[in-house]
Ligand binder design. Sequence first.
Ligand SMILES: NC(=O)C1=CN([C@@H]2O[C@H](COP(=O)(O)OP(=O)(O)OC[C@H]3O[C@@H](n4cnc5c(N)ncnc54)[C@H](OP(=O)(O)O)[C@@H]3O)[C@@H](O)[C@H]2O)C=CC1
Ligand SMILES: O=C(OP(=O)(O)O)[C@H](O)COP(=O)(O)O
Length: 349
Amino acid sequence: MNKVFVNGYGSIGSRITSFLKDDPEIMVVGVGKYSPDEKVDVAISKGLDVYVPANKITSFSNYKIAGTIASALDSCDLVIDAAPGGYGYKNKVNLYEPKNIPAIYQGGESIIGDESVSDLLFNSRVNYDQAIGKQHVMQGSCNVTGMGRILEPLRAKFGDKLIRFDVTLIRRWADIEQTEKDVVDTIEMSEKPHHGDDVKMYFGKDTPLYVRAIKVPTRQMHLHIMDIRFNDLAPKPSEIHELFTNEFGVATIWTAKGTKDIRDYAQSMGFNFTDTNMIHIHANMTTSIGDTVQMMYSDDQTGIVIPENHMLLQAMLFGRSYEESFAHTESIFHMKEKKQKLQERFAQK
Ligand SMILES: NC(=O)C1=CN([C@@H]2O[C@H](COP(=O)(O)OP(=O)(O)OC[C@H]3O[C@@H](n4cnc5c(N)ncnc54)[C@H](OP(=O)(O)O)[C@@H]3O)[C@@H](O)[C@H]2O)C=CC1
Ligand SMILES: O=C(OP(=O)(O)O)[C@H](O)COP(=O)(O)O
């Protein structure tokens, strides 16, 4: 059985761990915690071993700790780093490389410059095969992953007819369970957003993609407003929607008034963590004007990257084909069923 250690137990690390525990091919060595807080007990109550940095071990004296992060790394085949942005790079240099352990990093890390964690930014829809046999790979962030799910089917269908993509990202303030983070009543500018450069890492450096981003006071998903320009008359909205009929991780919905409707539905249906694990095209907002298609889709910030990490893990650990990995991931995440339910619930009237 392959052993995986999840270093970081926040929004992303806790979800990844939970799904890996459902995977009969993986043994979860445990999780890394850095603060002695109630989440240590949460992890232990779920049957997880908790590992902490050697220099903090005394501050965890009230908890039953399994050992140090270094000791967990000694007994794992791969680590999924789920640290706050920037710490993954430090972990790579200080922990994973010296021990020669393959690692997956999350989207808050850098992919460009001196502190880049990898030369590969993973998006299963675009570059799955390139992850096979790699030692260090970064999973794109939630917004970066969502854009790939729209852009790749467009490229496959329209190719050279596409001449420009302009995207405004409306970013959520914090996650639902990040109760320690206040949602501030303001609209915050995201200067120099990383998303455009990140997407170009997998979609091509010369992609005519222009991204702006702001942050708004909600915990209920990100929303992307995308204008797609064609070299001639743009296709009708129905042609655009048709492209996504069989796309995994993309639901096309018509009657959601807002992102919370979707999250509430996910909760009422008992989806794990109230995540849909996908993006949702708000089809009632798609228009075609002259050479431009305007569309909007929401992006389940916490859920979307979890099946991606699972696919990436399989490429790196087992060298599996895309099809085999997808089938295995689907058996755990049931994305087709979730898509169908969402589309039925928010169907066109
Ligand atoms: N939240 C989201 O919606 C998404 C986040 N991401 C990316 O995932 C990564 C993690 O984000 P998220 O889960 O939201 O963050 P959180 O703040 O929710 O959790 C971070 C976790 O990392 C732990 N941690 C602290 N220091 C270190 C360290 N040096 N090494 C390893 N772990 C450490 C924290 O431990 P402790 O609490 O004990 O201090 C905490 O458990 C980021 O790169 C982010 O950009 C990507 C897609 C979506
Ligand atoms: O990966 C995410 O967003 P991003 O694609 O805007 O970086 C997550 O929602 C985390 O974002 P945050 O860094 O604003 O907490």
